[in-house]
Design a protein around this ligand. Structure first.
Ligand SMILES: [Zn+2]
Length: 126
C-alpha cells in the first residue's frame, strides 16, 4: 500500500465536481442498486465511467489546441510547407482515433493540407 503518497486533501472544487459527477455518471443510482458492492466492484464501476469521461475530456482539451479552420487565417499565420515554405492548401479534414490509457478511444479531427509546389501532405502542428 502506498497510502501515504497521494494522501492530500482534495480541493473544495474537486469535492463539488465529484458530488456532481456521482449523479451525472449514475453512481448514486448504481450504489443504491449495489448496496453490498465490494471496494473492488465500486472501484471498477467508477473506473469504467471515469475512463469514458476521461476520454471525452481529453478529446475536448486536445481539440482546443487544434489550429481549426486555418484556411481562414491571414496568410502570414497559415501553415507553410516544411520543405519549400509555400502556403499549404487545405485538402479537408481527417479523423483518427487515439487509444487512451483508460481503454477508451478518442476521436480527433484535424485539418490537413498539401503544398502546391511539392504536393506533400501535412498536418500542421497544433
Ligand atoms: Zn513545398
Amino acid at each position: 500500500m502506498k497510502a501515504k503518497k497521494n494522501k492530500r486533501e482534495r480541493s473544495p472544487q474537486m469535492q463539488q465536481v465529484s458530488a456532481g459527477l456521482r449523479d451525472v455518471l449514475g453512481m448514486t443510482e448504481w450504489r443504491k442498486e449495489h448496496p453490498k458492492a465490494t471496494w473492488a466492484e465500486i472501484e471498477a464501476a467508477v473506473d469504467e465511467r471515469m475512463n469514458q469521461l476521461r476520454a471525452q475530456l481529453l478529446q475536448e482539451v486536445v481539440q482546443m489546441g487544434e489550429t481549426e479552420a486555418w484556411n481562414q487565417l491571414p496568410p502570414e499565420e497559415r501553415p507553410r510547407c516544411a520543405t519549400c515554405g509555400k502556403l499549404l492548401l487545405v485538402r479537408g479534414e481527417q479523423t483518427r482515433w487515439i487509444q487512451t490509457t483508460g481503454g477508451e478511444a478518442v476521436k480527433l479531427t484535424r485539418t490537413y493540407g498539401t503544398c502546391p509546389a511539392c504536393g506533400v501532405g501535412f498536418f500542421p502542428p497544433g
